[in-house]
Design a protein around this ligand. Structure first.
Ligand code: TYD
Length: 342
């Protein structure tokens, strides 16, 4: 098997590569990644050291780079993790989201059609379904995204659907829940709050922190994607979540405890997402469980372990939060509400 993992230098993509190397000792792997702010060679230093993985720099929306890679390394399996993925950034500027999450998926699908592959898997998100106050999303829930990010992911997976119907492309889609764990870029709730609390800074909780997210450990998520790739049926989609719904404020309480900070470190700010802030995500994952996958990591213990990982791996995240891009995003997005606490 020859795996082409686009976005493999990012958070979930790198966990997926580690799962492939562990489960398939003879598989060949190419990581194709644009190394935007959220993808880093330091995230994949260990897998590159293994000598079994080749790294190719490139953007998935760049036809020449994608086709060149397919030509020099004809893959049997292509898994696309490459994406702009932060809702708050998409509220400031969604142009790059459309380029990567919609146009990029189209370029990959066209390459799969031209060169032929055994499987293409598009990694998507439960956020394409919008918000659900009661019950759970299933794979056939209506696609009703509420943010520019979620809409761009919906656009990508609808391209996959069209290629399955029109060209019989052997493609699948997974919808992941909110992931947490090591190597998570410090802008999403959990890693952002961890690094600020370690540094003794206040953390900006949107509103009262009433929203509910279904959290899954990144390794469980990566293993679920690999299971869907190997055992799923082309043309189908699979939800990959844990039955682990938590209110934001309850997640934050655990982070405070583990970093030794108290409630005075939480600054409630007016909700910057306004009407686009989904109240609750919850997925039914019976379809993938019926194929033999189930998540294994317990949330509270794994979240505490994640905090410890950030404590022990400052060399990984300190350079990331020191960049001009990071500083300018934080200032632009949180400056007005955090003021002196920025
Ligand atoms: P996030 O980690 O950005 O993931 P998503 O938007 O994909 O769910 O946010 C998780 C929740 O945490 C969401 O309800 C928004 C909230 N949140 C805050 O309260 N403060 C923050 O600074 C961030 C980034 C998120």
């Amino acid at each position: 098997m020859r795996f082409l993992v686009t976005g493999g230098a990012g958070f979930i993509g790198s966990a997926f590569v580690r799962a492939v190397l562990r489960d398939f000792p003879t598989a060949e792997v190419v990581i194709f990644d644009a190394l935007t702010y959220a993808g880093n060679l330091s995230t994949i230093a260990d897998v590159l050291d293994s000598g079994r993985v080749k790294f190719v720099p490139g953007r998935i929306q760049d036809v020449a780079s994608v086709e060149g890679t397919f030509r020099s390394f004809p893959p049997t399996h292509v898994v696309n993790f490459a994406a702009e993925s932060h809702n708050d950034r998409s509220l400031l500027d969604a142009g790059s989201f459309i380029q990567t999450d919609v146009a990029g998926v189209y370029v990959l699908l066209e390459a799969c059609r031209k060169f032929g592959v055994e499987r293409f898997l598009q990694v998507s998100t439960d956020e394409v379904f919008g918000s659900i106050l009661e019950g759970e999303f299933t794979e056939s829930s209506p696609i009703e995204p509420n943010t520019p990010y979620a809409a761009s992911k919906a656009g990508g997976e609808l391209q996959v659907r069209a290629h399955v119907k029109a060209f019989k492309t052997p493609a699948l889609v997974t919808h992941g829940g909110n992931s947490y764990g090591p190597f998570h870029f410090p802008e999403k709730l959990i890693p952002f709050f961890i690094v600020r609390l370690i540094d003794g800074k206040k953390v900006p909780l949107y509103g009262e922190g009433d929203q509910i997210r279904e959290w899954i450990h990144v390794d469980d998520h990566a293993e679920g994607i690999l299971h869907a790739l190997m055992h799923g049926t082309p043309g189908e989609s699979y939800n990959v979540g844990d039955v682990n719904e938590r209110r934001n404020r309850d997640v934050v309480s655990i982070l405070l405890e583990e970093t030794g900070r108290d409630e005075s470190f939480v600054k409630k700010i007016p909700d910057p997402r306004k009407g686009a802030h989904d109240a609750r995500y919850s997925m039914n994952c019976d379809k993938l469980r019926a194929l033999g996958w189930s998540p294994k990591r317990e949330f509270i213990a794994s979240l505490r372990e994640t905090v410890r990982w950030y404590r022990e791996n400052e060399a990984w995240w300190r350079p990331l939060i020191a960049t001009a891009d990071y500083q300018s995003f934080i200032k632009r997005f949180y400056g007005p509400s955090l003021g002196d606490d920025l």
